[in-house]
Ligand binder design. Structure first.
Ligand code: SF4
Length: 417
């Protein structure tokens, strides 16, 4: 019977999976082959990626306790996939004061965060000094909080205003407290695609220049890709190839995070004919192909629970991924484009979801140092979340708390039919 299962896999996919599991680097052609896997080929791909994940990083599933802080949503870059940006005179535009930023950081620390992730729109009234000021303001009060901040688009903007050499500008931010950089604003590293998605945004070569320069001064970053819009498998394969080359040269990426396109509330889908985000199969294939293509260079493959939702995220963690991402606490960018997977996944929920799929929850730092392994659920720390009041529904007399009973079922008997 098992032979029947394996013989259903097409020879082309079987050959690529065999290469990947034998430790051979896949070509971009191989990646395109895997990105088309369906049916038995897709099942084999997920199994192979899960096996590669186990060999590469073991059975732990990591997460980081962090808080997103968006300091402004004022932006005129005009990316067609963005539902977050506002012009300064529009309703809903915000530009956070130092007090507001510090209040969010204090909330993060109170809830156990080791990291704040700081990103914002490209506000035309700001300059390079604003980015440094934010770092100094936070570090003056929270010197131990890791600051993961500023996409290459923000760095590009600040750097051009600064008049400094790029490496000097990045070092100037590091000296003020910048810990790592999000490798966002990557979308698809192909200028034909970028000119459609965001013609005013930095192009591929500049993204790569900023990332390579950051890595060269020891400033590490994540790597990302946005899929499920107008791109073709060849674009994804080439993008993965660029990331693998960078990592081979610099070793500066901490992780790779594929980000599914959220289509509900933006012009890219409604007025420009993009696909309505990734299908479930595309989400799973993206994670699995990333694991196999990027090995052994990038070992941490993260699922974005904000984009995928928890259950599909759990599935992807059984098909090549090893990191559940961050608690986030607040999330505006995907929500404003129409994501409805929530803004906050508390650490205790991550531990529950990880144990549900039979794996070991591990809290990590931004740069993947193990902070704590949670081997025994009985020794889990208490929640640091504010009390969540649940309003019960149903007839009023059923909601009376005094009616609560412990559930104690007798051991069920298995019947024979
Ligand atoms: S994605 Fe970033 S740069 Fe583009 S419009 Fe939105 S906030 Fe501005």
């Amino acid at each position: 019977m098992l032979e029947r299962l394996s013989s259903a896999v097409s020879p082309a996919v079987a050959r690529v999976l065999d290469d990947a599991l034998s430790g051979r680097e896949l070509s971009t052609h191989d990646a395109v082959t895997l990105l088309g896997a369906e049916g038995p080929d897709l099942h084999a791909l997920l199994q192979a990626a899960d096996l590669a994940r186990k060999e590469d990083v073991g059975d732990d599933i990591t997460y980081v306790v962090c808080r997103n802080v968006n300091f402004t949503n004022v932006c005129y870059v005009g990316c067609s996939f963005c539902g977050f940006a506002r012009h300064a005179d529009e309703g809903g535009a915000f530009d956070r004061s130092d007090e507001e930023l510090l209040a969010k950081c204090k909330d993060a620390v109170t809830r156990g965060a080791t990291e704040v992730c700081i990103q914002g729109g490209i506000h035309p009234q700001k300059d390079h000094t604003h980015y440094r000021d934010i770092l100094e303001t936070i570090k003056a009060v929270h010197p131990d909080l890791h600051i993961h901040a500023y996409s290459p688009e923000e760095i590009d903007f600040g750097h051009k205003k600064s008049g400094m050499a790029l490496a000097d500008y990045l070092q100037w931010l590091v000296d003020a407290g910048l810990g790592t950089m999000p490798g966002t604003a990557a979308e698809i590293l192909d200028d034909d695609v970028r000119k459609v998605l965001s013609p005013n945004k930095l192009m591929s070569a500049r993204w790569e220049e900023i990332i390579r320069t950051a890595h060269s001064i020891g400033l590490r970053s994540t790597a990302t890709l946005m899929y499920g819009h107008i791109e073709k498998p060849e674009h994804i394969a080439n993008h993965l190839g660029i990331l693998r080359n960078i990592q081979r040269d610099t070793g500066g990426f901490t992780e790779f995070v594929p980000l599914g396109f959220i289509h509900e509330k933006n012009t890219l889908y409604h007025h420009m004919g993009a696909r309505a985000g990734a299908t479930m199969n595309e989400d799973l294939r993206m994670i699995a192909v990333s694991r196999l293509f990027l090995r052994p260079w990038i070992k941490n493959i993260q699922v974005s629970w904000v984009k995928m939702g928890i259950k599909l995220g759990q599935m992807a963690l059984c098909g090549g991924a090893n990191d559940f991402g961050g608690t986030l606490m607040e999330e505006s960018i995907s929500r404003e484009s129409g994501s409805d997977h929530g803004e906050n996944t508390p650490a205790e929920d991550f531990r529950k979801y990880i144990r549900e799929i039979g794996r070991m929850p591990v809290e990590r730092s931004t740069t993947y140092e193990v902070l704590r392994r949670f081997e025994d659920p009985a020794e889990d720390p208490p929640s640091l979340e504010p009390d969540r009041q649940v309003e019960l529904a149903g007839p009023e007399r059923w909601r009376d708390g005094s009616r609560v009973r412990d559930i104690a079922l007798p051991k069920p008997r298995l019947n024979t039919y």
